[in-house]
Design a protein around this ligand. Structure first.
Ligand SMILES: NC(=O)c1ccc[n+]([C@@H]2O[C@H](COP(=O)([O-])OP(=O)(O)OC[C@H]3O[C@@H](n4cnc5c(N)ncnc54)[C@H](O)[C@@H]3O)[C@@H](O)[C@H]2O)c1
Length: 475
């Protein structure tokens, strides 16, 4: 098979898989056989649609595994960067893009008419939410139509974008097959002529301990052969592939992972507020509870959720659940608590300034960290933007420092003409208050402690810096 499994924990998966093997030997079509052999001999071409935080490292992993990779993106600047070996995602390093641009097994294009070239197409396009937290599947559907308009027998298409259960079979495949018919590509039977799977991405940008290659990959096909083909393809770039029995299981597993995080972060955010009124430090409480060797997993409070996943994905399920007459109370409550955090931070800032006989209005406030998480330049959904806006609305003169984000980027809901200021003695002494939003490793916390007068610390970043002139308020 060429696929490695865990030999523990996944007994049911193994059983399902054994059954799949039996079905497979009975029904594999010529198209499936041909694709299987191309994958085994590494002559298959993999097309990756969407070369962002998920698609680019995936392209690199499969290329490193020996496959030929053709990347697709609507953004021509990304393609130009890749041709020149430059990495537009700094945390992934220039080595990756230099390696890809130097290889005759990698190229990238904006020409979606070339979607008939790949044997395997992996879809990694955005799945945002609209203003009312409703799923925005427009990128996924557009991609399905682009693939459909070039579809040919023998292609395997895998959706990776996070979405609600049922998207692959209910939205993606129908849009793709409709486009295929409308473009006279013929009619296709899934599992015989073309093959379909869902495989959720579990990327955590900036995390060094786990990479695209080492994070186990869930794969659920629409049928046993699709699952088998997708597993064999991923096995070239991922050390552990975990087959599941359907696309819906794979879709739901990804949503469970993200809901789990959103709910647990909301829990500690709520406890932070409660313990603060009791003068109890939630960070020390979490550290203490973490000494329990079982039944507890630490989550940490913060200034609010950010990134492409946790603030967004749970609401895909909420929306879909409504269609089934169900209410996702945990998700709604977690969202409410987490969304309240920027306001809480601003309130704590106002109180702390008040204690210094100052108002927010007219104060110089330095926000430290614009990215939504440490050591990356990703500002998507960052709570820093809302905190800056709330402070500015109250009349503060706000500046920011972020070693990874030199200019305030264009955002869907926020627009500020700001550049990162230098973090030095002068800047800190000019500031009435410093609000720490992101704890990047590159920030010198002791300089802040030595020269700021008041620090609102949402990340416990000032813990353990030793003596500090600044008054530290945790928020
Ligand atoms: N970023 C993460 O940490 C992460 C983790 C797990 C899952 N995901 C999921 O993976 C998916 C992709 O997320 P991402 O973070 O890589 O997004 P991203 O914004 O970094 O990348 C998406 C890429 O797709 C391109 N694109 C947009 N529309 C396109 C189209 N119609 N055709 C081709 N390319 C198009 C964009 O130019 C961009 O380069 C989302 O569903 C997300 O929820 C993301």
């Amino acid at each position: 098979m060429g696929i490695s499994y865990r030999t523990h924990l996944h007994l049911e998966v193994r059983i399902v898989y054994t059954k799949l093997e039996q079905v497979m030997t009975q029904t594999m079509t010529d198209h499936a056989q041909e694709l299987k052999s191309k994958i085994e001999t590494k002559t298959a071409i993999v097309g990756i649609v969407g070369l962002g935080y998920v698609g680019l490292p995936l392209a690199d992993a499969l290329h490193t595994g020996g496959l030929r990779v053709l990347g697709f993106d609507v953004d021509p600047s990304k393609i130009r960067n890749l041709e020149q070996g430059e990495n537009y995602l700094k945390h992934l390093g220039a080595d990756m893009t230099e390696r890809l641009s130097a290889s005759d097994r990698f190229s990238a294009t904006v020409d979606f008419d070339r979607l008939d070239e790949p044997d395997i197409i992996l879809v990694c396009v955005p799945t945002p939410v609209g203003t009312h937290l409703e799923p925005d599947l427009s990128y996924v559907i557009k991609t399905a139509e682009a693939i459909g308009s070039q579809l040919r027998p023998g292609q395997l298409v895998v959706l990776e974008s996070t979405t609600y259960p049922g998207t692959t079979t209910g939205d993606f495949v129908p849009a793709m097959l409709k486009a295929a018919r409308e473009n006279n590509r013929g009619s296709f039977t899934v599992g015989e002529d073309v093959f379909i799977a869902f495989s959720p991405e579990r990327e955590d940008p900036g995390r060094k301990s786990h990479t695209t290659t080492t994070i186990p990959k869930l794969v659920g096909g629409t049928d046993p052969i699709s699952t088998e083909l997708a597993c064999s393809a991923y096995a070239h770039g991922v050390t552990e592939v975990v087959p599941v029995s359907s696309t819906e299981i794979a879709e739901a597993a990804k949503i469970l992972e993200n809901v789990f995080r959103a709910v647990n972060i909301a829990l500690v955010n709520e406890l932070k507020v409660v313990f603060d009124t009791m003068n109890i430090d939630v960070w020390e409480v979490i550290r203490a509870a973490s000494t329990k060797p079982f039944g507890f997993m630490p989550f940490y409070p913060g200034p609010g959720l950010g990134g492409h996943c946790i603030p967004i994905d749970p609401f895909y399920l909420t929306w879909k659940a409504r269609e089934h007459g169900c209410v996702t109370r945990f998700i709604e409550l977690a969202g409410e608590i987490n969304r309240g955090m920027p306001e809480y931070v601003v309130e704590k800032t106002a109180e702390a300034l008040n204690d210094d006989c100052k108002s927010v209005k007219g104060s110089n406030i330095l926000v430290v960290g614009l990215a939504y998480k440490p050591n990356v330049d990703d500002t998507r959904e960052t709570p820093a933007a809302e905190i800056i806006e709330l402070l500015a609305d109250r009349g503060a003169k706000v500046t920011y420092h972020d070693p990874h984000v030199s200019k305030f980027p264009n955002m869907r809901n926020y627009s500020f003409d700001m550049n990162s200021v230098v973090l030095d003695q002068n800047t800190l002494e000019q500031s009435d208050c410093v609000v720490i939003v992101t704890d990047h490793n590159a920030i010198d916390w002791s300089t802040i402690g030595s020269h700021a007068s008041l620090v609102i610390d949402t990340r416990n970043a000032m813990d353990g810096i030793g003596s500090s002139k600044a008054r530290i308020v945790k928020a």
